[in-house]
Design a protein around this ligand. Sequence first.
Ligand SMILES: [Zn+2]
Length: 194
Amino acid sequence: MANAQPQPAGLLSNARFVASPNHNARPEGSEVSLLVIHNISLPPGQFGTGAVEQFFCNRLDWQAHPYFQSIEGMEVSAHLLIERSGALIQFVPLHQRAWHAGRSCFEERENCNDFSIGIELEGTDDQPYSDAQYASLVEVTRQLQQRFPGITDARIVGHSDIAPGRKTDPGPAFDWARFRAQLLHAQSQQGVRR
Ligand SMILES: [Zn+2]
């Protein structure tokens, strides 16, 4: 199925776009130079419910599950969500500021939302992520590094790294060594070493 439509700015062609209202402009002069990896599942530990998509679009029925009352009214988003199948959903154009990091600091610079891309893995801190999620994350990371060279390998972090004591995701279940090895492999196949 050919799609002759030009790709709108800031959208990845391999993602399904679901527009979230929870974003705004990055401050003048903030270059994207950080990738933040998160996890989310709603209700926690349940996958494929569609609730994350609804949450990021302010369409979640707060009464549908007792847990939802603890997040009622929150307006948050991430640029991207990788589902358990590896499928990619984009909520916010990459050049816009998504609301994923909250109070945060990387190398003495605060408010990481200003200069980062946020990727949510559908999951929890302690359940292994799927092979498809690692593969998809590696692929999208390569795409982002090509588009934003400021995202060097050293500037790929977990939410827990930029909000220690407040956030724990992506948690001990996320295998950083595996991710970094797969990323290195993908980079070398593209002839890119960083
Ligand atoms: Zn997070």
